[in-house]
Design a protein around this ligand. Sequence first.
Ligand SMILES: [Mg+2]
Length: 403
Amino acid sequence: MDRVILHADMDAFFAACEVRERPELRGQPVVVGSPPGQRGVVAAASYEARKYGIHSAMPSREAGRRCPHAVFLPPNMRLYSRVSKDIFRIFERFSPLVEPVSVDEAFLDVTGAQRLFGDGPTIAAKLKATVKAETQLTVSVGVAPNKFLAKLASDMHKPDGLTVVPSEPTAIRAFLAPLPVGRVWGVGKVSEKILNRAGFQTIGDIQRSSPAHLERLLGHEAAQHLFALAHGEDARAVEVSWDEKSISREHTFLEDVSDVAVLEQTLGDLVEDVGRRLRKAGKYAGFARLKLRWKDFTTITRQLPLTPPRCDDFRLRAAAQELFAAQKLIAPVRLLGFGVGQLTLQSAGQLNLFEKPQHGEAASRAVDAIRKQFGPAAILSASAKLAPTDQKKTKPTKDKLPL
Ligand SMILES: [Mg+2]
């Protein structure tokens, strides 16, 4: 199946947040960063300020010279991170596969969301409309078969842009051909200079070259990378980042696996590792999450609440097994992941003196201690039969997709 990837990038994000909070600034050149009288740089500039040639990373003094009547504001990170959360919550309604690039920018793999929301351009239009309606801010979106092209596209018609890259290889090459080589992901100032000097000005020039020729200039790896990207080929997957309030591990199989025993064994190893890290961090998890990526790169995640929050292998393993058992294996598995989230420092149950101590926690900690001293093989995996049966069965919940 052809992938459909969106790259969504908020327009002049910091400045736009400020203007939203102070409508009297609308239409004015707004600069977020150090005041012009001080050393320091511009963090963001509104589009009105950009008309004066002001851009981020420019010394504020220079910005003040270019536009003396610009409104300079100190960065208000608390505001931006609050708005950022709202935006990511909107992104996540369109796909569970959201990879944050920065506070105001993300990749979304919406391949599997098309049945619900329509094709890529339709999803992009809905995403833009939702962001606008709920945050009063604009976002530029690129729609493409991969990350490299989507990111290129989102930048092409800013602000408030929606750019769709064709999905057919010949059309992709034609789309890329006129762009300067510096637009290729990973080509920095140095490589750009080397390429320019060797006669490569546009991505089209690279397309007409050969990997062997490029290799003499840039070395094997960079040449392969550059040649593939110049043809619009980029197999990188959208990686769901498990925020810092979560702990996870995943395993990519060398060959796609459909053997349930192999998958269960691998899952058991992932669970143990996550459990050990969870206890080492002194935390308890409020949910467990299973991640499966099929052969065709579509990925699903399923999660299950842990009430009260837990940190022992017994409960984590039981949750993993429950999630795994509830999921039909519709295709060979390429990647398996397990994680926990909603981490707290103390289990709610622990606060109540009259409650039984957590089942299995002491045992899991003892295992950790022995393994630490004698190595991982000192104790074999505890049998799944040890999983406590006093837990209420909770139905796995699908990550929410619909609006
Ligand atoms: Mg941005």
